[in-house]
Design a protein around this ligand. Structure first.
Ligand SMILES: Cc1ncsc1CCOP(=O)(O)O
Ligand SMILES: C=C1C=NC(C(F)(F)F)=NC1=N
Ligand SMILES: [Mg+2]
Length: 220
């Protein structure tokens, strides 16, 4: 059973901040607080890459970030780590094509948000069939954040999905910032997912606010 009605989720996905401690210029807690003050609408804890926390330290940071999200009614999603998501009673998880099968995750987390990465129309259709609540499409633009991405695909797959009658919520991801976010929304994505542009900003609040403005303008 999907988490919520699609319309509501499409609104929630508009400015989707993703980060872990390795991505942050400043303290992760401060970074998230500033991003929320700037207007992000959705958050994913993705503790990955060089220097990523593990075990108790990872759980502690996740719990602290979750509490900040809860205080501001921002959905808190965990990337990959299903056990951590269940332990924290997170609002959901984001999984990739090579992570645990969606139907297994759905059994473990009924009623929660389950997002899936997809790179082809085939993967999108399978995601819908298996009950994904949203799909992350990318990398839209070149990115240095995830080193093992599929080829950069621009907005073509987003446009292709939107040219069909498929109504699944879509977020674009990969190299997105305030200067190119409009193109992603214009192509038909419901939201943009951002790591570097916010987490490495001198003012995460300012960047989040710029992104929110662009997305709201283009979503009218
Ligand atoms: C997790 C992920 N999946 C596809 S690209 C990417 C990284 C996006 O990071 P950034 O917003 O810094 O380009
Ligand atoms: C690899 C990823 C691809 N897409 C997304 C999201 F933007 F949330 F859909 N998150 C990820 N961690
Ligand atoms: Mg994964």
């Amino acid at each position: 059973m999907p988490y919520t009605n699609e319309k509501k989720l499409k609104e929630l996905l508009q400015v989707y901040f993703i980060m872990g401690s390795p991505n942050c210029l400043k303290d992760p807690i401060l970074t998230l607080e500033e991003a929320i003050a700037g207007g992000i609408t959705f958050f994913q804890f993705r503790e990955k890459g060089t220097g990523a926390l593990k075990g108790e330290e990872k759980t502690k940071l996740a719990s602290e970030l979750q509490e900040i999200c809860r205080d501001h009614s921002i959905p808190f999603i965990v990337n990959d780590d299903i056990e951590l998501a269940i332990k924290l009673e997170a609002d959901g998880v984001h999984i990739g094509q090579d992570d645990e099968a969606l139907r297994v995750v759905r059994e473990k987390m009924p009623g929660k948000i389950i997002g899936l990465s997809a790179h082809t129309m085939e993967e999108v259709k399978t995601a819908i069939r298996e009950g994904a609540d949203y799909v992350g499409i990318g990398p839209i633009f070149p990115t240095l954040t995830k080193t093992d991405t599929k080829p950069v695909q621009g907005t073509k797959l987003v446009e292709e999905i939107r040219s069909t009658s498929l109504s699944i919520p879509i977020v674009g991801i990969g190299g997105i910032h305030a200067g190119n976010a409009a193109k992603v929304i214009e192509s038909g994505a419901d939201g943009v997912s951002i790591i570097t542009a916010i987490s490495q900003a001198v003012s995460p609040k300012e960047v989040a606010a710029q992104l929110k403005k662009v997305v709201l303008e283009k979503s009218k």
